[in-house]
Design a protein around this ligand. Structure first.
Ligand code: ADP
Ligand code: ZN
Length: 727
């Protein structure tokens, strides 16, 4: 532990990153944020979901004196983070309304005894217990997660958050770190002022998530949607994804459909009881579900890093929500797919939501932007990044528009047909009727209005309704047609549109692509995996075996798969294909504690994947103690991580030393202490020898009673002595 006055050096912090997390490098912004809070400065950290915010406060908490108070409104997430920390051997607990009150009290007591490095707490509870905490707990600093909840401008305003300014009043000298994944400018500016932060160090990370592929599929039928989702499930057979739907009813309907096709599906919406919700979240986190159909309420409280895909069955109301929701995929940094199913009727529904929201103007303009994104023909990531005011000056190569730039067609005649159909109705119809007229539909409504006698009736029979839908959307986007949002969404030509009708202006549109051709058609990886294909690469076999082992471990520890080891770490192991225990050292994400806990199942999985039989070599247990020791852990830490006694660990280390391993014995007992105690032991031996038969004490007891030297020190000195002598 660092001393009270001196903050840990950059090297200490890097060392802690290795030791506690098994990571060799910081992600952008992490090191600076950690450094700022450790030097006593306030900090504001803005990073996208999956950017690595947790580490920004966890790591400084671990190397500081006292306990870090972490405020979070998301109770389930809080409990997950605590579980994940504890699985990694790190002292954290939570206080919130979901826990038993006795557990909350135990958490406070542990913090008061100085046994915790992180105490997670809900804002309500923190505010209620401020005095109690002040009097009993030594606080290193305060971290406020989801800090955007403080802003009235944000999409997730929580009144209780505005009370958090009391933290600064109560503890004027305790540094505060505010964290959020919200990129919205107004919200950003609000946070620091509302919390009363003083000249905070501020980090605004890039919100780009290059590993998320972006795709918008326009006009897909229900069947095509189901097919697309089923192929995602198939492709990521062992993993899972989320289907976001607009309403409770749609969520249930979609879940039922997916269930019918044999997909293990869960359903999540505001109508469930807390117990039902909890169960669905558990099943999802534990990898029991392949798909979850949910309203937006889902995912806030979930910190699952290996969600491989997100589908929006309906368009979200704004880019912030959309980005946050797709951001729940691929938090581990591995490739993940996102698909937005876009249809015009959703825009109409959303438009009316916006109007009823009481904040019509702001919500309508947010929806406009969302719509422009969905209808865009240019790189989608450029649009997103420009929305978040970020410089992004190249095409991303990982969105549908970049991957399949759509050829253009001369659509002047096509556009004229649509525009004159609109004009002939006196601009008094919406999209569907216009399409019906163009296609010469036999619907009674058309005859009633005499539309079958219009010259444009049936002039567009050569195109499907879906094609017309897509082309009219493009015309709206190009500003040729406008939608009367205040008048039943009737279509009407704009000035530019009238020019087209008058043949004064040509029109180019992007060629329509059928929805089933719009989705990715890569061969399914996991299909092959399922059949235990001998062609499977060693890499894939290792991964398969590792996942199976992980499943067993997660079950027996009753924690989520990703809390045992993340997918990224499993991939790193498979990439490295380590031959021996020591080759596990330095694998990204394999902290020392995890190495100690899981080296056996990992090595077994590797052996199995290589079709080797037999058991693991002897002496591994000692080797692990040596690795942990040389990785910076002390004897007691090793003992507690491995559930061994300290004397066993000392025995391991001394044996390794004797075998010629590089072990610094003076970290077990400082050299001076060693020689002092050794001299005392020698004199104890001679004293006892002089007493001869009357001596009824062992040398250890003698040392303890005469010099107050504890038995454990005596044992260690003896062990070291033997190691040194017999070498
Ligand atoms: P956020 O809270 O910003 O959404 P997390 O803190 O959950 O993101 O981190 C996302 C993932 O990135 C986690 O799996 C985490 O372990 C991993 N991660 C964080 N920092 C690093 C790092 N420096 N190197 C490698 N992986 C990291
Ligand atoms: Zn792109």
């Amino acid at each position: 532990m660092p001393s009270l006055q001196l903050p840990p050096s950059a090297a200490d912090i890097k060392e802690a990153l290795r030791k506690y997390y098994g990571y060799s490098e910081f992600r952008p912004g992490q090191e600076e944020a950690v450094g700022a809070i450790l030097s006593g400065r306030d900090a504001v950290v803005l990073m996208p979901t999956g950017g690595g915010k947790s580490l920004c406060f966890q790591l400084p908490a671990l190397v500081s004196e006292g306990c870090c108070i972490v405020v979070s409104p998301l109770i389930a997430l809080m409990n997950d983070q605590v579980e994940a920390l504890r699985a990694n051997g790190l002292p954290a607990r939570a206080v919130n309304s979901m826990n038993l009150e006795a557990d909350n009290q135990a958490a406070y007591e542990a913090a008061a005894r100085g046994q915790l490095k992180l105490l997670y707490i809900s804002p309500e509870r923190l505010l209620a217990d401020l005095d109690h905490i002040s009097h009993n707990i030594r606080i290193s600093f305060v971290a406020i997660d989801e800090a955007h909840c403080i802003s009235q401008w944000g999409h997730d305003f929580r009144p209780v958050y505005t009370e958090l300014k009391r933290i600064r009043q109560q503890w004027p000298h305790v540094p505060v770190m505010a964290l959020t994944a919200t990129a919205d400018r107004l919200t950003r500016d609000d946070i620091s002022a509302a919390l009363g932060l003083k000249d905070p160090y501020s980090y605004i990370g890039s919100f780009d998530r290059p590993n998320l592929s972006l795709q918008v599929v326009t006009g897909a039928s229900q069947r095509e949607r189901l097919k697309t989702i089923a192929s995602l499930v198939d492709k990521y057979h062992d993993d899972c994804g989320i289907v976001y739907c607009l309403s409770r009813k749609k969520t249930e309907a979609m879940a039922a459909k997916l269930e019918e096709t044999g997909i293990r599906t869960g359903c999540y919406h505001a109508g469930l009881t807390p117990e039902q919700r909890h169960r669905v979240q558990r099943d999802f986190v534990n990898g029991k579900l392949q798909a979850i159909c949910a309203t937006v309420a889902f995912g806030m409280g979930i910190d699952k890093s290996n969600v491989r895909w997100v589908v929006h069955n309906n368009i979200p109301g704004n880019i912030e929500s959309y980005y946050q929701e797709i951001g729940r995929a691929g938090r581990d940094g591995l490739p993940a797919e996102t698909i937005l199913f876009y249809s015009y009727s959703d825009i109409i529904t959303r438009r009316s939501f916006a109007e009823e929201s009481g904040r019509t103007e702001i919500n309508s303009s947010k929806l406009d932007f969302m719509q422009r994104y969905a209808e865009a023909n240019v790189c989608r990531r450029r649009i997103l990044m420009s929305y978040f005011s970020e410089d992004f000056d190249h095409d991303c190569g990982n969105c549908d528009n970049c991957r399949n730039p759509r050829p253009k067609l001369d659509a002047t005649i096509l556009a004229q047909k649509a525009l004159s159909a609109i004009l002939r109705t006196g601009s008094s119809e919406g999209m569907n009727v216009i399409i019906d007229i163009l296609r010469g539909s036999g619907r009674k409504q058309l005859f009633d209005k005499g539309y079958d006698r219009l010259p444009t009736y049936g002039v567009g029979r050569d195109l499907s309704a879906q094609e017309w839908h897509a082309y009219i959307l493009q015309m709206i986007q190009l500003g040729l047609i406008e939608v009367a949002y205040d008048d039943n969404f009737h279509l009407r030509p704009t000035e530019a549109g009238l020019k087209v009708v008058r043949r004064e202006r040509p029109v180019e549109l992007a060629v329509y692509v059928r929805p089933d051709r719009q989705t990715n058609k890569e061969p399914s990886r996991t299909r092959r995996a399922k059949a235990a294909d001998p062609e499977l690469t060693l890499h894939d076999r290792i991964l398969q075996n590792l996942k199976a082992q992980r499943r067993k471990l997660a079950d027996s520890e009753q924690i989520a798969d990703y809390m045992v080891l993340s997918d990224a770490t499993l991939h790193a192991i498979a990439d490295k294909n380590p031959a021996a225990l020591r080759d596990l050292v330095g694998i990204e994400g394999l902290s020392l504690v995890k190495l100690a806990k899981y080296y056996r199942p990992i090595l077994l999985a590797l052996k199995h994947a290589r079709n080797q039989s037999g058991s693991l070599p002897a002496g591994l247990s000692e080797e692990v103690s040596g690795i942990l020791f040389n990785g910076g852990m002390e004897v007691e830490e090793i003992a507690s991580a491995r559930a061994l006694s300290a004397s066993t660990v000392v025995g391991h280390l001394c044996r390794l030393y004797k075998q010629g391993e590089n072990i610094n014995l003076w970290r077990i007992v400082p050299q001076e202490t060693y020689y002092t105690v050794k001299t005392l032991i020698d004199s104890a031996h001679s004293d006892l020898a002089m007493q001869g038969a009357e001596a009824n004490q062992t040398p250890g007891q003698y040392l303890s009673s005469v010099y107050g030297i504890p038995g454990s020190l005596y044992g260690r000195v003896n062990a070291i002595r033997q190691a040194l002598e017999k070498k």
